[in-house]
Design a protein around this ligand. Structure first.
Ligand SMILES: Nc1nc2c(ncn2[C@@H]2O[C@H](COP(=O)(O)OP(=O)(O)O)[C@@H](O)[C@H]2O)c(=O)[nH]1
Ligand SMILES: [Mg+2]
Length: 259
């Protein structure tokens, strides 16, 4: 039976997290997958960590990683992937937001594609059949803008390069853990995708409808946006160096490579 680890980073998601955990399990209720949920909480002040700890006490397929401070979305994923790889050794890793923006009913389709051999699947808003529902014009502009600039600067082919709804194979995760990404925040999504495509991993986009969060507040601050722009500029300037480095490492590590 395939083991799936669903990683959910949280910062003040008290009103969303228990519902999301239920919905994730409900979407695999036929018992054909061994599903684990790993919540990476950055010391939320609203009690999110406490809620998850209580659920984990009665459900041994729910795991809580508590970090002492808000260290960023990308670093939360990296810690969650490292922990899941060592402790659960799943066949497929899933990344998704805690705020129900990534509808859990897409999980079986994404996981199916992953198990059919795609190293990375992306729940994509910008392929045919995908889209965003009830998003303000302001958020649409930011998302479209960030996406287009990032794709252009890093020559990324995938249509939705900033989507956080993804599955990763073991191979993709081991690649990520081997390379030291510069992004600790939201730019992690772009930098990791740049790495996967440089390494020639198989990437598949699956259309999804993204829903604006109903509860809680966005953590996408002006500081995060500035940090994203800075990292994008840094990455595009060092793109050729990074490409060479990624390729060299993957060439030299052949044989004893984990992926
Ligand atoms: N652990 C952790 N989670 C974070 C951090 N920043 C954002 N998140 C989570 O990342 C996901 C996406 O954040 P969100 O505020 O919904 O961003 P938006 O969808 O771009 O508005 C949510 O599950 C947040 O709780 C962080 O610094 N640490
Ligand atoms: Mg959100």
């Amino acid at each position: 039976m395939a083991r799936i680890a669903v990683l959910i980073p949280t910062y003040n998601e008290r009103d969303n997290i228990s519902l999301l955990i239920d919905k994730v399990f409900n979407n695999f209720s036929d018992g054909t997958h061994d599903v684990h949920i790993v919540v990476i909480d950055d010391n939320s002040s609203d009690g999110t960590g406490y809620i998850v700890a209580k659920i984990a006490e009665v459900n041994d397929h729910v795991h809580l990683l508590s970090r002492p401070g808000k260290y960023g979305l990308g670093s939360a994923y990296m810690d969650g992937l490292r922990w899941s790889d060592s402790n659960l050794s799943p066949d497929v890793f899933v990344q998704m937001d805690a705020d129900l923006s990534h509808p859990p009913h897409y999980l079986p389709t994404l996981v199916k594609e992953a198990l059919e051999g795609h190293d990375v699947t992306i729940g994509s808003r910008y392929v045919e059949g995908g889209g965003s529902v009830s998003w303000s014009w302001y958020r649409r502009v930011i998302s479209r803008g960030a996406n287009s600039i990032a794709r252009l600067m890093l020559r990324i082919r995938e249509k939705d390069a900033t989507s956080g709804f993804r599955t990763l194979s073991r191979r993709a995760v081991h690649a990520l853990l081997d390379f030291d990404l510069s992004s600790k925040g939201y730019a992690y999504q772009i930098e990791s995708l740049f790495l996967y495509s440089t390494l020639g991993l198989s990437i598949k986009e699956v259309p999804i409808l993204f829903f604006e969060r109903r509860k809680g507040e966005t953590k996408l601050s002006i500081l995060e946006i500035l940090n994203f722009v800075y990292l994008l500029m840094f990455m595009s300037l060092t793109r050729f160096k990074a490409l060479k480095q990624f390729k060299n490492i993957s060439r030299h590590s052949k044989g004893n490579f984990k992926y």
